[in-house]
Design a protein around this ligand. Structure first.
Ligand SMILES: *Cc1c(COP(=O)(O)O)cnc(C)c1O
Length: 424
């Protein structure tokens, strides 16, 4: 099946007389005839459901669809994108370990790594995503357990150099994890470029309608854990909390990582996606391919309009030929990138605030990547406490406007932006 078909059909195959739509199994628990039957599940000797804090059939159908879209071997849903990135890294690294991350990532992930996970004893090195191979190789330490990046960084719109990062990770015997939220598997399949594990905030384009917060982790099944046994004791030595099973032996290269994340992290942290949220996410996934095409068409037209407007000082959009990442984006995402654009308004912070006040179609919201056009001025919202000098140091220009192009009629979006620019 091709991506458009997988969006509709993958993950759930109804049998004779079964519901056409993924059923919402709104049940905490599942019934068994004997204690022995249930005991086998607790020992991971049989597969099946026993408690929705670990696994639920509705969520698993939806995870299977995202797994098929990414071309992976196993996947799990989480309660949010934050939970997905936390689990993805914490499934491999523990206190005393080290992780390398691109410095150009979502602010929430940066804080998770740099503040909260440091408190858990995990050390991080943040590298410039456009660093040389040499600089990247120098960041590795004997206790490095994985490398992390974002396909298209939110909000910097940096396009990730998959081959450079995957080569360095593999040369050092560790997997590459990539957050593919902004591109989605419709526009980019990181596994085709050497990535080992993919994460998503399904809150963005996958849900696509401002309806549900959620996340997902997908394993490519390609990383050979047993070949680097000494680095990954959690996967390659017996787990005493499951009667001494060794994940990489019992579930193989294709199942070990997600089984461990479910059996240990979901069991202990419980960051599950509810069956109803998973059902809503699936509705979003069914139209993902159609929507992504429209988001990209609209964003390119708006970016071209902005580039030609004399009230605009600069425009960043990887789909624009003038963009620094245009060639790289064409290579990894030939069909389009995403619907998010950032640009500067002449007149700085004040002009940017004035511009946004006059928008009618695009609403002001701390959100991106969904059907409704929305806009954010970081200097007066998320980064409000910083001075102009501090903003520049943080990579957020005082005049930066982040515009998330929805799937409305592009003429309405352009008229809206045009009138608001005129009123400055
Ligand atoms: C929003 C976002 C997250 C966090 O996801 P939540 O669902 O809000 O927890 C992670 N990564 C990227 C790229 C995001 O845009």
């Amino acid at each position: 099946m091709r991506q458009e078909t997988k969006c509709i059909q993958a993950g759930y195959n109804p049998g004779n007389g079964d519901p056409r739509m993924i059923p919402i199994i709104q049940s905490t628990t599942f019934k068994y005839d004997t204690s022995e039957d249930m005991g086998k599940l607790f020992d991971l000797e049989a597969s099946g459901y026993f408690y929705s804090r670990l696994q639920n059939p509705t969520s698993d159908y939806v995870a299977a669809k995202i797994c098929a879209l990414e071309g992976g071997s196993a996947a799990m849903l989480t309660s949010s994108g934050q939970a997905a990135n936390f689990f993805a890294v914490f499934n491999l690294a523990q206190a005393g370990d080290h992780v390398i991350s691109s410095a150009s990532i979502y602010g929430g992930t940066y804080n998770l790594f740099n503040v909260t996970m440091r408190k858990m004893g995990i050390d991080f090195t943040f590298v410039d995503p456009d660093c040389s191979e040499e600089e990247l190789n120098e960041a590795f330490k004997p206790n490095t357990k994985c490398v992390f990046g974002e396909t298209i960084a939110n909000p910097a719109l940096t396009v990730f150099d998959f081959e450079k990062f995957s080569k360095a990770a593999h040369d050092h015997g560790v997997p590459l994890i990539v957050d593919n939220t902004f591109a989605t598997p419709v526009n980019c399949r990181p596994f085709e470029w050497g990535t080992d594990i993919v994460t998503h905030s399904t809150t963005k384009y996958m849900d696509g309608h401002d309806a549900t917060v959620g996340g997902c982790i997908v394993d490519s099944g390609k990383f050979d854990w047993m070949a680097h046994k000494e680095k990954f004791p959690g996967l390659c030595t017996p787990d005493e909390s499951y009667h001494g099973i060794t994940y990489a032996e019992k579930f193989g290269q294709e199942g070990a990582y997600i089984t461990k994340a479910t059996a240990q992290l979901m069991r202990d942290f419980g960051a599950v996606q509810s069956p109803v949220n998973a059902y809503l996410l699936n509705l979003g996934l069914e139209s993902l391919a159609v929507r992504m095409k429209r988001h990209c068409e609209n964003a390119l037209k708006l970016a071209e309009f902005l580039e030609a407007n004399d009230k605009v000082s600069w425009v960043e959009y990887p789909g624009l030929p003038s963009n620094k990442y245009y060639e790289r984006a064409k290579k990894y995402m030939p069909e389009g990138t995403c619907g998010v654009i950032s640009f500067g308004v002449k007149g700085g912070r004040k002009a940017a605030e004035e511009f946004m006040k006059h928008l009618k179609v695009a609403i002001i919201a701390t959100h991106v990547a969904d059907a409704h056009s929305c806009v954010l001025h970081p200097a007066s919202s998320t980064h409000r406490q910083l001075s102009d000098e501090e903003l520049v140091a943080a990579g957020v220009a005082p005049d930066l406007v982040r515009f998330s192009c929805g799937i409305e009629n592009i003429e309405d979006i352009i008229e809206d932006v045009s009138k608001a620019l005129e009123s400055i």
